[in-house]
Design a protein around this ligand. Structure first.
Ligand SMILES: Cc1ncc(COP(=O)(O)O)c(C=O)c1O
Length: 396
């Protein structure tokens, strides 16, 4: 029994997606891959945009001397400046390379932020339903996650939040567009959150940070545009990546941006850069930094995801499922027609459709379906969803 109790517990509690992956493999071996409809993973099947290949070829043909060496732990100044320029264009907030640290994805950036901020026992508010890794990331750095349920339509419930924020609160993690619900917070919601936290900072006499996790920030539908959290709150940290907008999750390239108006900007930036090093990331991958420098205004085809959203949402709704209409990312989070989400997920499994039970996101009674998949699989899953809906009297 060499493994720590903590890791053992995390592996049991956080393993729903992995368990579904293994169930899927068993089903594929039994029935053939084309008979199994896997909506369990948030691993986009789209290829990166053509511009990435062009940048790769350019770099292969004209290598930059020293391009594989160690660098400053924050990343290349040129890459950080390109990120800052695009963020400035998007948010209207004046930014420079001094506000950016290049990281190993949004996950790397979140760990850098939490390591830099947390003293043992300090609390981080996590809104449920949540991306389950948030709990481990807070725990990694000695913090305590404080889970607060969202309200109707999975939007933050300001009264519950107000009650949850106390003298130990150091940060609030936001995630919009949201995994698992696909819900997007409006300007109005972010403004309200900013006002609440500013009031609480004054009440408790210390900084409370928003860590805004936005890997899906450019996967927005219905004409929506990213909401600039920096405009609504001073002590805000944006953590994001190119895992989804450039379809590069395996390449581990992302960044952390600190609001230039934050109270302790320079000290915190120095802390983030230090944490990037001592967490063992050292720096974000050099090759990827070179590539994404020129791709800051490029994104995978969002209309393609929007069409998949329309298809799955409209079909599920038509079958009688109770489902909030997602406006971003590539997930839907319907209510299961029985109380026990695991039982319902097993029923869908027997119909060769794979989804993830809501309890894997701290929200039992629902299930998550990911539609970042090919249309054949998406359309093939509908029969299973329909049969389950008929069995439970949602539709005839
Ligand atoms: C909400 C959320 N945050 C963070 C991540 C991690 O992304 P990255 O690949 O940038 O580390 C994911 C990945 O699925 C996610 O869904």
């Amino acid at each position: 029994m060499s493994m720590s109790e903590n890791v053992r517990r995390q592996m049991v509690e956080g393993s729903w997606i992995r368990r579904m992956f293994e169930e899927g493999n068993a089903l594929r071996a039994l029935h053939g891959a084309d008979k199994v409809f896997d909506l369990s993973l948030g691993n986009p099947i789209v290829e990166p945009p053509a511009e990435l290949k062009a940048e790769l070829l350019k770099l292969a043909e004209h290598p930059i001397p020293g391009m594989h060496r160690y660098m400053a732990n924050a990343g290349y100044e040129e890459t950080r400046a390109a990120v800052a320029a695009e963020l400035e264009r998007e948010t209207g907030v004046t930014m420079s390379f001094r506000d950016i640290v290049m990281t190993c994805g949004a996950s790397g950036a979140m760990n850098v932020a939490l390591k830099t901020l947390l003293n043992p026992g300090e609390e981080v508010i996590v809104l449920a339903p949540f991306f389950v890794e948030f709990l481990s990331y807070v725990d990694n750095h000695g913090g305590k996650p404080r889970i607060v349920m969202t309200g109707s339509d999975f939007l933050p419930d300001m009264e519950k939040l107000e009650r949850a924020i106390g003298p130990q609160t150091k940060a609030l993690i936001l995630n919009s567009p949201n995994n698992p619900t696909g819900v997007v917070y409006s300007d109005h919601v972010i403004r309200q959150l900013g006002e609440l936290l500013a009031r609480k900072e004054a009440e408790f006499g210390h900084q409370i940070y928003i860590i805004s996790d936005e890997p899906y920030r450019r996967i927005l539908f219905d004409g929506l545009t990213p909401v600039p959290v920096f405009q609504y709150y001073h002590n805000a940290i944006l953590v994001t990546s190119h895992s989804k907008d450039l379809a590069l999750p395996g390449e581990r390239i992302g960044y952390l941006a600190l609001n230039p108006e934050s109270d302790e900007h320079d000290e915190l930036m120095a802390g983030f850069i230090h944490s990037n090093r001592v967490l063992g990331f050292v720096n974000a991958p050099a090759l990827m930094q070179h590539l994404v420098t020129g791709l800051q205004n490029v994104t995978v085809s969002v209309p393609e995801y929007e069409r998949k959203r329309d298809l799955l949402y409209n079909e599920l709704k038509g079958m009688g499922y109770d489902v909030v209409r997602p406006q971003g990312a590539f997930y839907v989070f319907p209510k299961a027609p029985v109380d026990d989400d695991v039982e319902f997920v097993r029923e869908l499994l027997s119909l060769l459709v794979l989804v993830v039970p809501g309890r894997g996101f701290g929200w039992p009674g629902h299930f998550r379906a990911a539609y970042c998949i090919d249309n054949r699989t998406l359309e093939g899953s509908l029969d299973g969803f329909r049969k389950a809906a008929v069995r439970h009297g949602l539709t005839r």
